[in-house]
Design a protein around this ligand. Structure first.
Ligand code: NAD
Length: 308
C-alpha cells in the first residue's frame, strides 16, 4: 500500500493506483496516532513538509521501503533513522524551482513599489499617492544567500530584468560554473550591498537564525528581505522591528518558525507596513504541483518495482 499524507495532484495519484493500493488522507499529518496506525501497512509513504517522519514513527513502519517528498527541504524527515532502517528518501529536486524563483521576483517588484503599504489607507477612504512612490527593479542588486538550484534560477531571471546578482554560498566551490550568474560575496558584504536579499538555504544548525537583528541592522537602508527557504533562518520579530523602524523598506515571508504561526505568532506582524505574508506556497503552483507529484509518483513506482 502507498500512503499519501498531504495533498498530491490527482493525475499522479491515478498513476500510482494503476499498480498499487493507495490510501490518501490529506490531513493525516495533523493526527500522529492515525498516521502511525496507517504507516504499519505502507510500503511507500508520500509526504509534503507537514508530516514529521521521526524515528518513533519509523518504529511502526516495518514494511516501509521508500519515502517520496513532494518538495525539496528534508528537515521534516529523520534521514539518519531512514538510513538505519534501509528506507530510501526521494525529494522532488528541481520540480518547483521555477515557482519559487517567480515568487521572489514578483515579491521584489511589489515590495520595491511599496504596493502593500496603501491597502489600509485606501480601504479607509484615503489616497496616499505621495507615500507610495517606489523603485524599479532594473539596476538593483539582488543578494542571494544560498546559491543552489533555486538561487541560481532566480539569478538568471533577475539578470533578464536588468538586476545585478551577488551571492553568498560557502559550500559552492569557487570554480563552479554557476558563479557566472552571480558575483561571490561574503555574507557581511552582501548584506551591505544588496537592495533585495533573498534566502535559499536549507534549515541546518549553521543556518538557524542566520538573519537576526544584527544582520538586519547591517543591511542597506531601504532594502527588502525575502524568505522562501525555511522558517527558523530569519528572526521574525527582528524583521517586524526593522520595517517599523524604517531601517528596511519591507519584507516577504513565505515560511515561519512555527507553521502555521497561529494567532500569537501572527500578532507580531499586525500593523507592519509593506509586508507580504504567504502560507508556504512559494513553491506551490498548479504547474509545480503537477511536476512535483508526477516526479515523486515515478520515483516511488520505480523503487517499488525494483524492490519486488
Ligand atoms: P539546494 O540544495 O539546491 O541549494 C541550497 C544551497 O544552500 C546550497 O548551494 C548550499 O551550499 C547552500 N548553503 C548551505 N548552507 C549555507 C550557508 N550556511 N550559507 C549559505 N549557503 C548555504 O536547495 P534549493 O532547491 O535551492 O532550495 C533551497 C531551500 O528552499 C530548500 O532547502 C527548501 O527548504 C526551500 N524551499 C522552499 C519552498 C517553498 O515553497 N517556500 C519550495 C522549495 C524549496
Amino acid at each position: 500500500m502507498i500512503l499519501i499524507t498531504e495533498f498530491m495532484d490527482d493525475a499522479a495519484i491515478a498513476a500510482l493506483r494503476k499498480y498499487h493500493d493507495v490510501v490518501h488522507i490529506p490531513d493525516l499529518a495533523d493526527n500522529p496516532d492515525e498516521l502511525a496506525r496507517h504507516v504499519e501497512s505502507a510500503s511507500a509513504l508520500i509526504v509534503r513538509n507537514r508530516t514529521l517522519v521521526t524515528e518513533k514513527l519509523l518504529l511502526h513502519a516495518d514494511r516501509l521501503e521508500c519515502i517520496g517528498r513532494l518538495g525539496v527541504g528534508l528537515d521534516n524527515i529523520d534521514l539518519a533513522a531512514c538510513r538505519k532502517k534501509g528506507v530510501a528518501v526521494y525529494p522532488a529536486t528541481g520540480a518547483n524551482d521555477r515557482s519559487v524563483a517567480e515568487y521572489v521576483i514578483a515579491a521584489a517588484m511589489m515590495l520595491l513599489r511599496r504596493a502593500y503599504s496603501a491597502n489600509e489607507t485606501i480601504i479607509a477612504g484615503g489616497w496616499p499617492r505621495q507615500n507610495c512612490v517606489g523603485s524599479e527593479i532594473h539596476g538593483k542588486t539582488l543578494g542571494l544567500i544560498g546559491f543552489g538550484s533555486i538561487g541560481q534560477l532566480t539569478a538568471e531571471m533577475a539578470g533578464a530584468l536588468g538586476m545585478e546578482a551577488i551571492a553568498f554560498d560557502p559550500h559552492l566551490p569557487p570554480n563552479n560554473d554557476a558563479w557566472k550568474l552571480a558575483a561571490r560575496r561574503e555574507l557581511d558584504v552582501l548584506l551591505s550591498e544588496a537592495d533585495v536579499i533573498s534566502l535559499h538555504v536549507p534549515l541546518a544548525p549553521e543556518t538557524r537564525n542566520l538573519i537576526g537583528a544584527a544582520e538586519l541592522a547591517s543591511m542597506k537602508s531601504g532594502s527588502i528581505l525575502i524568505n522562501t527557504s525555511r522558517g527558523g533562518t530569519v528572526d521574525e520579530d527582528a524583521v517586524a522591528d526593522a520595517i517599523k523602524s524604517g531601517k528596511i523598506l519591507g519584507a516577504a515571508l513565505d515560511v515561519f518558525g512555527t507553521e502555521p504561526p497561529g494567532r500569537a505568532g501572527g500578532a507580531r506582524f499586525k500593523g507592519v507596513p509593506n509586508l507580504l505574508l504567504t502560507p508556504h506556497i512559494a513553491g506551490v503552483t498548479l504547474e509545480s504541483n503537477q511536476r512535483v507529484s508526477m516526479l515523486i509518483a515515478e520515483k516511488v513506482l520505480v523503487h517499488l518495482k525494483d524492490c519486488d
